[in-house]
Design a binder for this molecule. Structure first.
Ligand SMILES: Cc1cc2nc3c(=O)[nH]c(=O)nc-3n(C[C@H](O)[C@H](O)[C@H](O)COP(=O)(O)O)c2cc1C
Length: 388
């Protein structure tokens, strides 16, 4: 087994191990992928201010996200089809998160169901909810999340319709994968992945098949998805969802200060500054560049988290220094999961934790809760100096 010292190491193993269709599904953004790329490269424009001769013993990265204790300010973001990256992937990722002491958020479009994850974990997880037209399905989804003792609901607001990723169309992405000469030829080179996949029953969208009306077999799912996502979604509809769920609520997918203020008005506990990892509106601003104006707009009205482009502990530190209470990671843990299952997710979290801890110390801070903009050197105009 190669020595894993950075997230990039996990990505290399992941690429070798998982069928191309699922690697491409993860490792792509919409259209030209400009936003997907800039989510990462914009972090490089922020510099950390090194300080010396400051006692760096007794450090702690422990903090809270939406009032819940976390070992570091990182949560695992909801990722559709995680169970196709590695058999029972959602259960494995949730277990790794639980042991590490960070929140796990399950996607509506997961392979393992809410109930599967609840049965196989002992700490509450967060449930991500796509906003669908079917009220019955939505009510039942929130009820199922309640029954599973989920400690937060996460409403994703940036996917009323799907941004186009060229590779998914060209690869004919599906779960389970359709057997074509091309996909069979590729899967034939991914034997350990395939053997594990054959040993699990969980190969379909577990929160949908058997739960949504008219979807009893997965072949009708594509039609169901296209017909069910609510293009008419507005803030009033989100208020209706707020009534269906009385626990902690997070609104995910905000990139503009005006939308952040709207989210404050629906009674959410937190927002996630996110462009869906560059998978929705290509040409949108990277999350790290969008963060400061949003922080300035919302003040202390609401807790602010960030995702999209976080690949290291330095990225987490920079986002926290800019004011985020925590970061969510998507691809960074999926690389680990695809590479090595639960152990790979743990390794991804360890790598990020170590980078965060050491970088924080070298900036002269010993407690993540004291990290502020003073540790950063932010280039002028980083957050944009746009025409009105
Ligand atoms: C393969 C993949 C599937 C995703 N599926 C979902 C999803 O089902 N629901 C959701 O709210 N976000 C989804 N996202 C977005 C993530 O929750 C998160 O916003 C994004 O991955 C953050 O960017 P990063 O991957 O650069 O960390 C997905 C992202 C990826 C990469």
């Amino acid at each position: 087994m190669p020595v894993i010292t950075e997230i990039e190491d996990l990505k290399r193993i992941y690429k070798r191990r998982v069928p191309k269709m699922f690697y491409d599904y993860c490792e792509s953004g919409s259209w030209t992928e400009q936003t997907f790329r800039e989510n990462c490269t914009d972090f490089d424009q922020l510099y950390l201010r090194q300080r010396v001769a400051i006692d760096m013993t007794g450090r702690s990265t422990a903090t809270q996200m939406i009032g819940q204790d976390v070992a570091m300010p990182v949560a695992l973001a909801p990722v559709g089809m995680t169970g196709m990256q590695n058999a029972d992937g959602e259960i494995k990722a949730a277990k790794a998160a639980e042991k590490f002491g960070v929140p796990y958020c399950l996607s509506t479009m997961s392979i393992c169901s809410i109930e599967d994850v609840a049965e196989n974990t002992s700490k509450p997880f967060w449930m991500q909810v796509y906003t669908l037209k079917d009220d019955d399905y939505m009510k039942r989804l929130f009820d199922r999340a309640k029954a599973a003792k989920c400690s937060a609901a996460v409403i994703t607001v940036d996917l009323q319709m799907l941004g186009q990723r060229h590779k998914d169309l060209k690869n004919g992405l599906s779960a389970p994968p359709k057997l074509t000469p091309k996909s069979i030829a590729n899967m034939a080179t991914k034997v350990p992945w395939g053997l594990e996949m054959l040993q699990t029953k969980r190969r379909f969208f577990g929160n949908i098949v058997g739960h949504a009306k008219g979807v009893t077999d997965p072949s009708s799912l594509t039609t169901w998805t296209a017909q069910s996502f609510d293009q008419a979604l507005d803030w009033d509809r989100i208020r209706e969802f707020r009534k269906m769920w009385d626990g902690p609520l997070i609104i995910k997918g905000i990139i503009d200060p005006r939308d952040a203020l709207e989210a404050c008005n629906v009674g959410a506990d937190a927002i996630v500054v996110s462009n869906h990892g560059g998978r929705q509106l290509d040409g949108a601003l990277s999350s790290i560049r969008a963060l400061a104006p949003i922080m300035d707009a919302v003040g202390d009205k609401i807790e602010v988290h960030l995702d999209s482009g976080v690949r290291s502990g330095q990225d987490v530190l920079k986002a926290v220094a800019m004011g985020a209470k925590g970061c969510w990671i998507g691809r960074a843990y999926i690389y680990g999961l695809g590479a090595m299952g639960e152990a790979g997710v743990t390794r991804a979290l360890e790598v990020i934790h170590k980078e965060l801890d050491v970088s924080m110390a070298l900036c002269g801070r010993t407690d993540i809760n004291t990290v502020d903009r003073d540790i950063l050197m932010i280039p002028k105009g980083f957050s944009g100096d746009w025409e009105e």
